[in-house]
Ligand binder design. Structure first.
Ligand code: FCB
Length: 453
C-alpha cells in the first residue's frame, strides 16, 4: 500500500446478511410464507433437506446479534426485509407486527451507532405472489413499489441507505432458467421475462422512493453481482464466448439501468426466447441512482462451449488457483478490474462492495473456544488490498460489507457452506467470533490501516 493512501474517514465498514438466511421463525407474527419457505420444504431441493425454519434464530436474537456487531466495531449493517412479513399476501393487507420487527432492529442498530443499510428484496418473494406468476407477472412492478412505499414510510426517517433488489441475475438465472433456487423453474423463455420485470420493479421502487419523504434523508441504489470474464484463449470463438458471458452476467442489468437498453448480445444468446419488450419500460428502468452496490466473489475464465446453453460459454478450471468450498476461484485482481470497469463504463457513481467473502472448510466446532480460519483471513486481506488498489486508481469506493456476519442458510446448499466471520453452532445458537472476525474487527477499528497486519 502506498504510504500516502488512507481510507476516507467516513468509509462504511460493514457486514451483510439476508432475511431468509438468518432470521428463522418464517411464519411468526402473521408473516406470509415465501417462495424459499416452499422451496426448502419441498423434498430433495436443498442439501440435507435444510430449511430456514430456525436458521440463526436472528428474529428472536436480534438484540444480542446487534450487540455482537457493536463488539466487532462495525459501522454499518446490511440486512434485508422479508416482503411477506410486511405484506403477507404480497399486496393489500399490511402486517404491522412485521414492520415492528424491522423497526426495532433499526432502533437497536442506531442505538449502537451502526448505520442501517436495508435491502427490500433478497429473494424471498411472498408465495402468494408466486401463485400469480411471481416475477413473470408484469403487475409485480406495482406490487413491489407498493411494498417499498410502505417501508419508506415506516423506516425512511431512520434508514439512510436503501437497496431495491439484490442480484437480479441470480433471481432470473437460478430461479427461472436453471431452477437451482426458488421458485425452481427451468425455462429458457421465462428467464428474460423475469429479468425484465425485476428491472421494472427496481425502477418503480426508485420512483416511489423519490416521491417519498425517505428521499430527504436517504439514498437508494441497486445491488448486482459481477463476475469478470477472461477469455481462455485468443481464438475468435473464445473471445466471442467471453463477450456473450460478460453480457449475460455483467451487462444484462447495468446497461438497461444506466443506458436504457439491453446489450445486443441478449438476443443472440436467447434467440426466439428474447421478447420485444415495450420500449416505454426503459424510461422507468433507467432511473438515476445514488449509488451502485457490487457483490464480488470470483471471476471466470471462459471458453466456447456449445453444451452450455444458452450462452454457449463454459468456465475453465485454473489448476494453479485456490478454490473455495462453493467451487469459486479465489482471484482478487478481478475485483480491482471490475471496479475500474464499472467506473469507466457507467460513470463515476459512488460504489460500495455490498458482499465479498468465502466459504471454506472451517472447524465445525470451536477448538479451545476458537475457530481458526486462515484461508478466510487471507481472502479478506487480499480482496481489501484489491479494493484499495482500485481506490488508488481513482474509483469512488465508499464502503465494504463482508459476506457474511454469521454462518447461515446458504440457499440450496443449506447449512453446509459457512461464510460467516462469526461461527454459529446450530444446535445451541452459540456465536463464536472466528479469526477472520477478529481480523476484520481490527481493520474496521483502524479504518483499514491494518489490512496487512
Ligand atoms: C450471494 C447472495 C448471498 C449469499 C452469497 C454467498 O450471491 O447474495 O445471499 O448466498 O452469494
Amino acid at each position: 500500500m502506498s504510504d500516502s493512501f488512507r481510507f476516507p474517514d467516513d468509509f462504511l465498514w460493514g457486514a451483510a446478511t439476508a432475511a431468509y438466511q438468518i432470521e428463522g421463525s418464517p411464519l411468526a407474527d402473521g408473516a406470509g410464507p415465501s417462495i424459499w419457505h416452499r422451496f426448502s420444504h419441498t423434498p430433495g431441493l436443498t442439501e440435507n433437506g435444510d430449511t430456514g425454519d430456525i436458521a440463526c434464530d436472528h428474529y428472536r436474537r436480534y438484540e444480542s446479534d446487534v450487540a455482537l456487531m457493536a463488539n466487532l466495531g462495525l459501522k454499518a449493517y446490511r440486512f434485508s426485509i422479508s416482503w411477506g412479513r410486511i405484506v403477507p399476501e404480497g399486496f393489500g393487507r399490511i402486517n404491522t407486527k412485521g414492520i415492528d420487527f424491522y423497526s426495532r432492529l433499526v432502533d437497536a442498530l442506531l442505538a449502537r451507532g451502526i448505520t442501517p443499510n436495508a435491502t427490500l428484496y433478497h429473494w424471498d418473494l411472498p408465495a402468494a405472489l408466486d401463485d400469480r406468476g411471481g416475477w413473470l407477472n408484469r403487475d409485480i412492478a406495482g406490487w413491489f413499489s407498493e411494498y417499498a412505499t410502505i417501508m419508506f414510510g415506516a423506516l425512511g426517517d431512520r434508514v439512510p441507505m436503501w437497496t431495491t433488489i439484490n442480484e437480479p441475475w441470480v433471481v432470473s438465472d437460478g430461479g427461472y432458467l436453471y431452477g437451482k433456487l426458488a421458485p425452481g423453474h427451468r425455462n429458457l423463455f421465462e428467464a428474460p421475462i423475469a429479468s425484465h420485470n425485476l428491472l421494472r420493479a427496481h425502477g418503480a421502487a426508485v420512483e416511489a422512493f423519490r416521491a417519498s419523504r425517505a428521499a430527504e434523508k436517504g439514498r437508494i441504489g441497486l445491488v448486482v453481482n459481477l463476475e469478470p470474464k477472461y477469455p481462455a484463449s485468443d481464438s475468435a470463438e473464445d473471445t466471442a464466448a467471453t463477450t456473450r458471458a460478460d453480457a449475460y452476467w455483467n451487462r444484462q442489468y447495468l446497461d438497461p439501468v444506466f443506458f436504457g437498453r439491453y446489450p445486443d448480445e441478449m438476443r443472440e444468446i436467447f434467440g426466439e426466447a428474447w421478447p420485444d419488450f415495450p420500449a416505454d419500460d426503459m424510461k422507468s428502468i433507467a432511473q438515476p441512482l445514488d449509488f451502485l452496490g457490487i457483490n464480488y466473489y470470483t471471476r471466470s475464465v471462459s471458453q466456447h462451449d456449445v453444451e452450455m446453453t444458452p450462452v454457449q460459454a463454459g468456465g475453465v478450471p485454473q489448476i494453479e488457483s485456490v478454490y473455495t468450498e462453493t467451487g469459486w476461484e479465489v482471484y482478487p485482481a478481478a475485483l480491482t478490474r471490475v471496479l475500474l470497469w464499472v467506473k469507466e463504463r457507467y460513470g463515476d457513481i459512488p460504489l460500495y462492495i455490498t458482499e465479498n467473502g468465502a466459504a471454506f472448510y472451517d472447524p465445525l466446532v470451536p477448538v479451545d473456544g476458537r475457530i481458526d480460519d486462515p484461508l478466510r483471513v487471507a481472502y479478506l486481506r487480499d480482496h481489501l488490498n484489491a479494493a484499495r488498489e482500485a481506490m488508488e486508481q481513482g474509483v469512488r469506493l465508499c464502503g465494504y460489507f463482508v459476506w457474511s456476519l454469521l454462518d447461515n442458510f446458504e440457499w440450496s446448499h443449506g447449512y453446509s457452506r459457512r461464510f460467516g466471520i462469526v461461527h454459529v453452532n446450530y444446535d445451541t445458537q452459540e456465536r463464536t467470533i472466528k479469526s477472520s472476525g477478529q481480523y476484520y474487527s481490527g481493520v474496521v477499528r483502524t479504518n483499514g490501516t491494518s489490512i496487512n497486519g
